[in-house]
Design a protein around this ligand. Structure first.
Ligand SMILES: Cc1cc2nc3c(=O)[nH]c(=O)nc-3n(C[C@H](O)[C@H](O)[C@H](O)COP(=O)(O)OP(=O)(O)OC[C@H]3O[C@@H](n4cnc5c(N)ncnc54)[C@H](O)[C@@H]3O)c2cc1C
Length: 341
């Protein structure tokens, strides 16, 4: 049976650690559990305001939530297919993503190692199409199991049907509010396929001297620990803003004025280029600075942090100030990657 917790502070449910009260949090731990809830008490709760939460690492509540938060605590990783080259696993939506990565690298399987230490639930790995070090979840997702909220029928979406893009998927677009993800299947390789050509990954792997999924995982974790704040110590949601993808001509104009601005090609979009929001925020002098109890991380300008006791409104005040300054100086609109509620 789903567990229903009434009148609860959401500070412990999100990595920002910002306080906000919710009417209730509903935790389900299997698909049948979820279906039972949706056909029962859920009918009443879904008549009001509701949302889905995973680990809360990409969500910021800016006010009390007068409604229902649905959260998967379903665990489990199982093998569902195998051939000479690959192993396919199914992970429950409430599994901690990094536990799934550890499961694969311990078995010498390739594909998930670059995505080590991203704080996420399995469900959100598909919603967000999480990515790091040149790899995205879409590269290994085979299909996603969902419960449709209108019919309460379990359905499967293939990788193509998920319409993955940069931190995008159908779950944020036409299926937003229409389905709950219950599990995700990932296909891992049995033969070596290292992706090391991103940032400082190759030298870090060479330092460790172990080009295996485990070795690459160690290198990724080491790099991330040296650069990113641990949400258990300092509240944050990783990159607060997206890196904008702009018409190539606009970026070329910007490069004339800012020749050191980092620019990245976008696969499949030759007329566009991606620029680095962190670089723009750093250039504006915001790195390590604060507005009240919300701040910009001292090592990574893309990450906004809760310096202690900041409310969601205080974090948004800082975010809005930064957006305005970026627009005024670079003529570029930036938008949050974080889900603001
Ligand atoms: C320190 C730090 C570093 C980070 N680094 C990275 C990084 O390198 N790469 C990257 O891509 N992201 C990164 N992030 C962002 C974050 O890890 C991802 O966005 C992650 O997917 C969030 O997972 P979550 O379970 O916490 O999602 P939540 O914030 O709980 O939810 C995110 C969205 O998914 C929806 N959702 C969650 N579960 C389900 C479900 N079962 N069914 C339907 N919808 C669901 C929610 O409604 C919400 O819209 C980082 C965050 C932090 C704090």
């Amino acid at each position: 049976m789903a567990r229903i917790i009434e009148n609860i502070d959401l500070a412990a449910y999100t990595s920002f650690g910002a306080s906000a009260m919710a009417d209730r949090v509903v935790e389900w731990n299997s698909t049948s559990d979820l279906l039972g809830y949706l056909a029962g008490e859920g009918k009443e709760h879904f008549g009001g305001k509701w949302t889905i939460l995973g680990e809360g690492c990409n969500t910021l509540f800016t006010e009390d939530y007068n409604g229902t938060i649905i959260r998967s605590v379903a665990k489990g990783i199982e093998v569902v297919g195998e051939d000479e080259q690959h192993l396919t696993i199914r992970a429950a939506a409430g599994e901690v993503w990094d536990d799934v990565v550890a499961w694969t690298t311990e078995r010498g399987l390739w594909g998930a190692e670059n995505l080590s230490a991203i704080p996420s639930s399995v469900g959100a790995s598909a919603v967000q199409n999480i990515g790091a070090y040149g790899v995205e979840a879409k590269d290994i997702i085979v299909r996603v199991e969902v419960v449709r909220l209108d019919t309460l029928v379990v359905e499967y979406l293939s990788n193509a049907e998920c319409r993955f893009g940069y931190r995008e998927s159908i779950f944020k677009e036409s299926l937003a509010g229409k389905v709950i993800i219950t599990s995700v299947e990932y296909r891992l390789g049995k033969t070596a396929a290292p992706h090391l050509d991103y940032g400082t990954l190759r030298p870090e792997v060479e330092k460790i001297g172990d080009i295996t999924p485990e070795g690459i995982r160690k290198a990724v974790v080491a790099i991330r620990e040296s650069k990113l704040p641990d949400p258990k110590k300092i509240g944050n949601a990783g990159s607060f803003f997206k890196n904008p993808i702009l018409p190539r001509g606009q970026v070329e104009e910007l490069l004339k004025e800012y020749p050191t601005m980092p620019v990245y090609e976008v696969a499949g979009a030759p007329d566009s280029l991606k620029i680095a929001t962190g670089w723009m925020i750093d250039t504006l002098g915001w790195k390590g600075k604060a507005l009240g109890r919300a701040g910009v991380h001292s090592k990574q300008a893309l990450v906004l942090v809760n310096l202690g006791g900041a409310t969601g409104t205080e974090v948004m005040a800082l975010a809005e100030r930064i957006c305005k300054e970026v627009k005024d100086r670079f003529g570029v609109e930036i938008s949050p990657e974080v889900n603001i509620l």
